[in-house]
Structure formats: structure tokens, C-alpha cells
Design a protein around this ligand. Structure first.
Ligand code: HEM
Length: 348
């Protein structure tokens, strides 16, 4: 009995030692503050790999990057461990990924709720049967080139961000290896293409996106999205202009600058700069994708008849009168509408 008790005690002690050893070896410790965990990692690395020169200040070599910007020159070649790395990893994989995932899942649900609860903004009059040209071939081409490159970036970006947690468990390493690598290459190459498309988009559409006096009425009444009133608008309404300036221009700039910083690592930017670029890229990407969902909703099921404008470039005359009254007045007083094209009515 005595020997059994002492065996039991020895086993418990062994187990406790094993657990403690495991906990101590686990650096960075899960519950440790990021900075402390980094220090622990650094100390352990220094202990295990004493490299000549790092202990002498005269050597110019540093173990720990404490000043982030400029201190060690642009290459950071002398820095063995960068303090910001672990903080970046914890923030990127933790709160930022959580917030992004939450917003990207909740937005389509809210849009579905809005569609079912409030419903689309329909044209009260029957289609006139006369089609008006709204977007020419060039404008549509620019729109779709930007839209497709955006979708490619959004999809591959999401695989880079969430793939390891979402796809890897059911695909396994063999397939996920290829999916992740192909996504990364597509993202890296489509990025610059998207920037080019966005610049052409800006030049093509900027003239019609200048804010006008009457846009304020549209904003004050929420575009009639809930009341289903048709608020007079010009060629583009204030909502479309907000999407242009806030999405295409502002978020486009944030995504382009941060994307280029991440893409071209050969210009001497430090790891700290890359980490900041990554935070901004992720925040910008989330907001851009959320706004794009709103844009896609309003341009398709939210406003029946609108999608046709980007598909074949024309809208029904009564649709134009209801949704863009000022533009309708302007063009019907100067340009006669195209001849009736009855077969197009089936698309309404
Ligand atoms: C506007 C559309 C864009 C969206 C929605 C988007 C989205 C994303 C997302 C979600 C990530 C993952 C970040 C992470 O996992 O930490 C990412 C990474 C990245 N993005 Fe973008 N991005 C866009 C545009 C661009 C552009 C225009 C460029 C380049 C010019 C670019 C270059 C990069 C690079 C280099 C990475 C890092 C890839 C890696 O981890 O190796 N992105 N993007």
C-alpha cells in the first residue's frame, strides 16, 4: 500500500514537472503580454545561439529592434529579432481577423434582412419600351475590368487571411498548399492590374461624380431607399458619388499604396513598415468588401432595372425618369431617345 502511494506521488510529481516544463518551453507563452513574450523568445534565442559580435555595442549589431524606424538603416540586416513581429501576429490573427470575419458575414445577412423587410426600390410606372443609352461600351468595359479584378483580389485575399483556419482543416495540407500558393500569386499580380483599372475608372467617371447642390436632398432623405420615394438625381445620385469618392478613390488609394508596400519588398522598407501596411491593408480591404456588397445589392436586386445599364448599356426611359430625373430631363431635351426596342422589355 505504501509503495503504491509513493508510486502515485512520483507519477504526480513527474506529470507536474512535465507540464511545468512544457509551459516554460512554450515561448511565447499564450497568456503572456506580447512584448514580454517577445523578450522571452529573444532571450532564449540569444542563449541558444550566441553569435559573435552581438554582445559588443561597437560591432553595430543588434539583437532587439526597439526603435522600429530608421535606427538600423533600411535593410535591418543587423537585427536578429524584431519586437513588432509578435505583436503584429497576435493582432492580425486575433482581433483584426475576428472583426473582419464578423463584418463580412453580418453584412450579407443585413442586406438580406433589408431586402425582405424593406424591399427593392421599384419604378412605379410601367416600362416605356424606349431605351436610353446610359453607359457606352468603354465605360462598361472599364467597370467590369475593375469589378473582376476586385473580385479576384477579394477572393484570393480572403484565402490568404482565413484559409489556414477555414480551408486547411477540410482540404488537408496537400491541396491547401496549392490553393494558398496560387491565391498568393494571383493576388500579387492582379493587385497592380487593379490599380491601373482604378485609375482609368477615375478618369472615365470623375466628371459625373462631382457633388452638386441637389445631392444634399438625396442624402438627407437617405436616397428614398426606405421610404421608396424617388428623390431627383442627376446622372449619378449622391449614393453613387459617395461610393465613387469613399470606395473607388479613398479605399482604392489605401489598398493601392499599402498593397504596393507589401508587394515590392525590395525598396528597403522595414518590417515595421510592412506590419503597419498590413494592418491598413486588412482594415481597408474589409471596408471595401463591405461597401462593395452594398453597391452590388443596390445595383442588382435592390433597384430592379439598374443592372441592365451595366449589362448592355441601356435603361428604360421610365426607369431613367424615376431614378435619375435631372439626367432624364437633360438628355430628353437634347438627345432624342433611341427607337423602341420591344424585345428588351423582357429583361426588366
Ligand atoms: C482592393 C482590393 C483588395 C483587397 C480586397 C485585398 C485584400 C487582401 C487581403 C484580405 C489580404 C490578406 C492580408 C493578410 O492575410 O494579412 C491581402 C494581402 C495582400 N495584398 Fe491585397 N487586397 C486588395 C488590393 C491589393 C492591391 C491593389 C495590391 C498590390 C498592388 C495588393 C497586394 C497584397 C499583398 C502583397 C498582400 C500580402 C500577400 C501575402 O501575404 O503574401 N492587394 N490583400
Amino acid at each position: 500500500m505504501r509503495s503504491l502511494t509513493s508510486l502515485w506521488r512520483s507519477l504526480t510529481l513527474l506529470l507536474a514537472l512535465m507540464l511545468a516544463g512544457h509551459a516554460l518551453a512554450e515561448v511565447p507563452h499564450r497568456s503572456a503580454k506580447p512584448a514580454y513574450a517577445e523578450e522571452q523568445t529573444i532571450l532564449q534565442t540569444e542563449k541558444d545561439t550566441p553569435e559573435s559580435g552581438f554582445l559588443s555595442t561597437a560591432s553595430g549589431k543588434v539583437h532587439v529592434d526597439r526603435h522600429y524606424l530608421g535606427q538600423y538603416g533600411s535593410t535591418e540586416g543587423t537585427v536578429i529579432l524584431q519586437r513588432g513581429g509578435n505583436t503584429w501576429r497576435l493582432l492580425r490573427n486575433g482581433p483584426i481577423a475576428m472583426a473582419a470575419g464578423f463584418l463580412l458575414l453580418v453584412t450579407p445577412l443585413l442586406l438580406l434582412g433589408f431586402y425582405l423587410g424593406v424591399g427593392p426600390v421599384r419604378t412605379t410606372e410601367q416600362p416605356a419600351g424606349r431605351r436610353l443609352e446610359r453607359f457606352n461600351r468603354w465605360q462598361r468595359w472599364v467597370h467590369w475590368a475593375t469589378a473582376y479584378s476586385f473580385l479576384a483580389l477579394a477572393l484570393t485575399g480572403l484565402i490568404i487571411l482565413f484559409g489556414k483556419n477555414v480551408l486547411l482543416p477540410w482540404m488537408g495540407h496537400g491541396i491547401f498548399y496549392w490553393v494558398a500558393m496560387i491565391s498568393k500569386v494571383i493576388h500579387n499580380f492582379v493587385g497592380p492590374l487593379f490599380i491601373l483599372c482604378s485609375i482609368i475608372m477615375f478618369v472615365t467617371f470623375v466628371r459625373n461624380n462631382i457633388f452638386r447642390r441637389w445631392d444634399w436632398q438625396w442624402i438627407k432623405q437617405g436616397g428614398g431607399l426606405v421610404s421608396h420615394k424617388h428623390i431627383p438625381a442627376g446622372y449619378f445620385n449622391a449614393g453613387e458619388k459617395l461610393w465613387f469618392w469613399g470606395g473607388v478613390v479613398l479605399l482604392g488609394l489605401i489598398m493601392s499604396v499599402t498593397g504596393l508596400v507589401l508587394d515590392f519588398v525590395n525598396f528597403g522598407q522595414t518590417r515595421y513598415v510592412q506590419q503597419i501596411a498590413n494592418y491598413l491593408h486588412l482594415i481597408g480591404a474589409t471596408l471595401y468588401m463591405v461597401a462593395a456588397m452594398g453597391h452590388i445589392y443596390i445595383g442588382t436586386v435592390g433597384t430592379p432595372g439598374a443592372y441592365q445599364a451595366m449589362k448592355d448599356g441601356t435603361v428604360d426611359a421610365n426607369w431613367a425618369k424615376a431614378h435619375h430625373e435631372l439626367w432624364y430631363d437633360e438628355i430628353t431635351h437634347t438627345t432624342p431617345p433611341t427607337s423602341p426596342v420591344p424585345q428588351r422589355r423582357r429583361h426588366e
